[in-house]
Design a binder for this molecule. Structure first.
Ligand SMILES: Nc1ncnc2c1ncn2[C@@H]1O[C@H](COP(=O)(O)OP(=O)(O)O)[C@@H](O)[C@H]1O
Ligand SMILES: O=C(O)C1=C[C@@H](OP(=O)(O)O)[C@@H](O)[C@H](O)C1
Ligand SMILES: [Mg+2]
Length: 201
């Protein structure tokens, strides 16, 4: 199946990239919000490389995320996640989609602030549950009551996700539409907070 991609006018892309400077766009938010799916579309539309931290962790460890949790536990996964994200952020401007827990780590949050502009993709619980129920690849939700787990994660994490540079609501709408809304929100936010080298102009 060929995925539909967004085509932006060249001037629009050039404007957003200029305002972005050397910063990466970093997606944060809960499981199922669409960080991976929307991040990929945003990257394609802007002609930027795309990286998903979970994918990089799986490549580096040659294990799946559920295997890592099962064999080494969550603490080891978090340590690996921190290292991998720091390395990715130092490898140049890109779109990075993080795993839902990554932004909870203070060092990771600082590195994201140093190298990028963070985007909290925020969806309501029904949407999150509908999406995550389709795949059994999220160890935290391997629980008799995954909705209660998600509610607890919302309570614990929302105050931290709220530290992201911008928040973009997402909903039951085509990925291309959401990705376009993210780019619009980014363009507005970046125009208000230009990269240092752009401020002088
Ligand atoms: N706007 C959307 N419309 C329809 N499906 C979506 C949308 N955003 C994400 N999805 C689907 O929901 C699931 C979870 O999305 P994903 O990008 O993996 O979320 P995350 O990385 O935040 O956990 C995937 O199957 C993805 O294709
Ligand atoms: O929220 C979390 O703690 C996690 C989210 C997952 O990524 P997605 O948010 O991309 O599903 C993955 O990193 C792991 O299962 C833990
Ligand atoms: Mg993901």
């Amino acid at each position: 199946m060929t995925a539909t991609q967004i085509i932006l006018p060249a001037e629009r892309t050039a404007d957003v990239l200029r305002l972005l400077g050397d910063r990466s766009i970093v997606f944060v938010g809960l499981m199922g919000a669409g960080k991976t799916a929307i991040g990929r579309k945003v990257a394609y539309a802007l002609g930027l490389p795309f990286t998903d931290s979970d994918h990089e962790i799986e490549e580096a460890s040659r294990m799946t995320i559920p295997e890592l949790f099962e064999l080494y536990g969550e603490a080891e996964f978090r340590a690996l996640e921190q290292r991998v994200i720091l390395r990715i952020l130092e490898s140049g401007r890109q779109v990075l989609s993080t795993g839902g827990g990554a932004f909870m780590n203070e060092h990771t949050r600082q590195a994201i602030a140093d190298h990028g502009i963070s985007v909290w993709l925020k969806a309501d619980i029904d949407i999150l549950m509908e999406r995550v129920s389709k795949k059994q690849n999220r160890p935290l939700l391997k629980n008799p009551d995954p909705r209660a787990v998600m509610e607890k994660l919302m309570a614990d994490r929302y105050p931290v996700y709220a530290k992201a540079a911008l928040t973009v609501p997402t909903r039951d709408e085509r990925k291309e539409i959401i990705a376009t809304e993210v780019i619009d929100a980014l363009a507005t936010a970046l125009a208000e907070a230009p990269a240092p080298e752009d401020k002088a102009q």
